[in-house]
Design a protein around this ligand. Structure first.
Ligand code: TRP
Ligand code: ZN
Length: 868
């Protein structure tokens, strides 16, 4: 079998975009799923695109064996194949091209195109996987109407699914059967999907705002049906929310979700046939944590929302990826905020942005939200495209206000339904609907790097006026220097000395490098609450005193800034202890005592208190350090936690007891808040890892009736050298060994341990019978958990942590290049670390770079990391 192999790495530029030379009037695909091979017949009617600039039809195709090509029904051989592309010179204005090819889904470990997961067939076409199925113009601006016939063994593959509506089905000789699916809405090929397998169906319905009934089906493996309830409820809530908040109704009569165990990412929004990682569908109190429940709800919503933001209105090219991803993340974040706690959602989202996107923006891989160039598009499904992209939409929402923003999105859907458009088109709708000039705002899409905003304040008691002066600056990033000032919305409120709000939230708009705003009629010096709700993705440098921050921490009406004030105080304390381990931090410790006391009196929201009692994570603290030394950060952080424990042991124990499990499990925000608070308190109480700590954690485990409490207990034991650690881990494995998603947790909980034996543990886990290099969830559960969530041991001075990661990247390079490239992430920021760590990280990158047959995916990340 002749296969077209990986194409040589080549940079693609946004400025080189030209419209596709041919349009596809229809696409008829036929799949014959046979043992050992799949035959794909594709019949496409092409017509010359009046906007096209070339007469040649150029089709992308990889990893397939062409059996025959026909032009208008006649055998055709005048094509060339080079570098993964079939070229037909000037085939005419209108013609039908039929290509029959053979592919091998069972051998597909890259999990792109058509592959098998636990015997079932499924597809993943975004971004450029369709070319592994058949030769086609694999680009998002070619939209067509797809009809798909699937034929397979009826016993092994009773379920045959594709996009759209079922048109025909029937039996065939030799125990085979077929189905024909038709999707009447033109779509790009990255939204094509096919599933064939032995799956169980969980069914429900939703009635849309215009009264149409939609069938909702979730397909899972036998035995998993009882874990689908939460996903189904989340889907119905998403459909309703999109009608209420955006006026968007679902257009088809059927919406399918299929859960698969082997998946490169979280989930995929294929039209009416979403394919999900099982981790983002299955949820039951026995096997899923609160954070899993939240992720399932958020990702179900995310993929559903893509129906409008991504599918009905799609991307012109992959430089516009954030058009759909940034907007859809914003939509799912707002959905989760509306359904749960807005402040908690914002805190968790901003924490994620700071811990994962800010470092990316400060690394050699920094790129803008609308990049100018890339080598491998699959490397650009980044925190910048998704999370910073979402912040850009949020800022436009803030600048326009909710009502005008809704007018603008109505205009966007009106104008572009059925079209493939750009980020520029989106922002133009915002400008047109509001009458505002957003040309400066668009710089946010083009300039990489996290801006810094510094502010200083002055009060004039004679004039009773108060001024706030802001300075903004933009860091240099690869290929970008001397950046222009941005249009930054800064939400501000003012409190008086007693904590009473004297000026409710106002949005100040920064447009110049330096700008002053004056507030009058203020009888006393106010305390400003700046960047409420984190109104812009910037690093804020505040000149507020500790006392001002303390006032905000207690009184700010903005839940996010209340938390933020406490985090800033914590950061200052950590920095002080890092400079001088003997520094007096009694004031900070007393402040934490006041929070604990409030909790004991039942004052305030438990979920927020849990977050207030949690010190910033090492990754967030690291962003404030000129040179990162994770062990030094950890030492200071741990010393502070120990002091808090020592000072408030009784009160903490009382708070722990007061927030015990009341018995009946639920996932309301209140119940999750209680569990989160108990977990935060347990973390402090068990921080010294002594015998009492282990006994307490073990008791927590033994009393658990849900996965959240079990994981809380295990996390509290993870660094321990007491015998309870092994006992609980063994019990956990025995109970849950038949639940792959829980076995993933078992791997992760050991990989994050900050203890001496970690490298022996890692070797044991790597050689464990349940480890499977071909399953991305399992690989992530061991390697990403270690490299991202165990900063101290990953950055062990021996370099063993880097070597562990290096070896798996080299191994995965040929098995699954997308996953291999993602695994490089923790190494790309090597220049931010101490010289000794830098040298070791660089050596690991160089070893990867020297690997023969390096995939384009890994090549891009490694070479960009090293070249900067
Ligand atoms: N569009 C998907 C989402 O964000 C992302 C995705 C799923 C993806 N699978 C992928 C991207 C594989 C690249 C490769 O919802
Ligand atoms: Zn998405």
């Amino acid at each position: 079998m002749r296969t077209e192999n990986a194409v040589a790495p080549k940079t693609i530029y946004l400025k080189d975009y030209t419209p596709a030379p041919y349009q596809a009037a229809y696409v008829n695909l036929s799949f014959n799923l046979l043992p050992g091979k799949t035959i794909v017949t594709s019949e496409v009617k092409y017509a010359k695109n009046p906007a096209g600039v070339s007469n040649d039809l150029v089709l992308d195709g990889e990893e397939q064996n062409i059996l025959s090509v026909a032009l208008n029904g006649q055998r055709f051989e005048s094509y060339t194949i080079e570098d993964g592309q079939m070229r037909i010179v000037n085939p005419g204005d209108e013609f039908i091209l039929t290509i029959i090819s053979e592919i091998d889904p069972a051998a597909n470990t890259a999990l792109e195109g058509l592959y098998q997961s636990q015997g079932n067939y499924c597809t993943q076409c975004e971004a450029e996987g369709f070319r592994r199925i058949t030769y086609y113009q694999d680009r998002p601006d070619v939209l067509s109407v797809f009809t798909v016939r699937i034929e397979a063994d009826a016993k092994l593959y009773p379920v045959l699914l594709s996009n759209g509506n079922l048109q025909e089905e029937g039996g065939l000789p030799d125990g085979r059967h077929f189905r024909v699916w038709h999707d009447p809405f033109p779509k790009p090929c990255y939204l094509f999907a096919l599933v064939a397998g032995d799956l169980q169906r969980v069914a429900d319905t939703f009635t849309t705002m215009s009264g149409r009934q939609v069938d909702l089906h979730i397909y899972v493996r036998a035995g998993d049906e009882k874990q689908c309830g939460h996903a189904m409820e989340s889907l119905k809530k998403s459909m309703k929310w999109d009608e209420e908040v955006y006026g968007r109704e679902y257009q088809l009569d059927l919406f399918n979700i299929v859960a698969v165990s082997d998946f490169n990412m979280g989930a995929m929004e294929n039209t009416s046939l979403n394919i999900f990682n099982t981790a983002l569908v299955l949820a039951h109190q026995e096997t899923a944590t609160d954070s899993d429940f939240m992720s399932v709800e958020g990702v179900i919503a995310h993929e559903y929302f893509h129906n409008w933001t991504g599918n009905r209105v799609t991307c012109r090219d992959w430089f516009q990826l954030s058009l759909k991803e940034g907007f859809t993340v914003f939509r799912d974040q707002e959905f989760s905020a509306d359904l749960n706690s807005r402040a908690v959602q914002r805190i968790d989202d901003v924490n994620g942005l700071r811990r994962l996107q800010f470092p990316e923006d400060g690394s050699p891989l920094a790129h803008s939200v609308q990049p100018d160039q890339f080598i491998e598009i699959s490397n650009f499904y980044t925190k910048t495209i998704y999370e910073k992209g979402s912040e850009l939409i949020r800022m436009q929402h803030t600048l326009l206000g909710a009502q005008t923003f809704r007018k603008a999105t109505d205009l966007y859907f009106d104008r572009y339904d059925g079209h493939a458009v750009t980020c520029d088109d989106f922002v133009q709708c915002m400008a047109d609907a509001s009458g505002r000039d957003l040309s400066q705002f668009f710089r946010w899409y083009k300039q990489a790097g996290t801006p810094t905003v510094q502010f200083s304040s002055a009060y004039d008691s004679a004039k009773q006026s108060y001024t706030l002066t802001f300075k903004q600056s933009q860091p240099d990033t690869p290929e970008q220097t001397n950046k222009q000032p941005l249009h930054i919305p800064v939400a501000v409120g003012l409190l008086d000395a007693n904590g009473k709000e004297v000026l409710p939230t106002q949005v100040l708009e920064l447009t110049a490098r330096e700008q002053t705003f004056t507030f009058t009629d203020l009888p006393g010096r106010p305390v400003p609450s700046i960047l409420r709700g984190f109104s812009a993705p910037v690093k804020l440098e505040t000149d507020l005193s500790d006392d001002d921050l303390r006032l905000l921490q207690v009184h700010d009406s903005d839940g996010f800034n209340k938390w933020e004030a406490g985090q800033t105080l914590a950061l200052r304390t950590i920095e002080r202890v890092m400079k001088d381990p003997a520094a007096d931090i009694s004031q900070y410790v007393a402040d934490v005592g006041a929070l604990i006391a409030q909790g004991l009196q039942g004052i305030g929201d438990k979920a927020l208190l849990a977050r207030a009692l949690t010190l910033p994570m090492i990754g967030v603290i690291a962003q404030h350090q000129a040179v990162i030394d994770p062990a030094a950060i950890d030492a200071a952080r741990t010393a502070i936690v120990h002091q808090i424990k020592r000072a408030h042991k009784e009160a903490l124990a009382a708070l722990y007891d007061a927030n015990g499990n009341p018995g009946s499990f639920s996932i309301t925000p209140e119940a999750m808040g209680r569990r989160a608070l108990q977990a935060a308190v347990l973390e402090i109480l068990t921080s010294t890892n002594g015998t009492g700590c282990a006994a307490r954690a073990k008791a927590h485990y033994d009393a658990a009736d849900n996965m959240t409490d079990r994981v809380t207990a295990l996390a509290s034991l993870s660094d321990s050298s007491q015998p309870q650690r092994a006992e609980v881990l063994a019990d956990f494995y025995k109970r849950f060994k038949d639940y792959p998603l829980v076995v993933d947790k078992w791997f992760s909980l050991q990989a994050i341990a900050n203890r001496e034996q970690i490298f022996e543990d890692l070797t044991m886990l790597r050689n464990h019978a349940d480890f499977n290099i071909k399953n991305p969830n399992r690989v992530r559960s061991l390697y990403s958990a270690f490299a991202i969530n165990n900063p101290v041991k990953f950055h062990d001075p021996s370099g063993k942590g880097y070597a562990f990661l290096r070896d798996v990247i080299i191994e995965l390079n040929t098995i699954n290049p997308q996953i291999a490239a993602r695994m490089v992430t923790p190494l790309r920021e090597w220049k931010r670390y101490t010289p000794a760590l830098q040298a070791l990280m660089k050596a690991a990158l160089e070893a990867i770079q020297a690997t023969p047959n390096l995939s384009g995916d890994v090549f891009e990340i490694v070479s960009k990391s090293l070249n900067a």
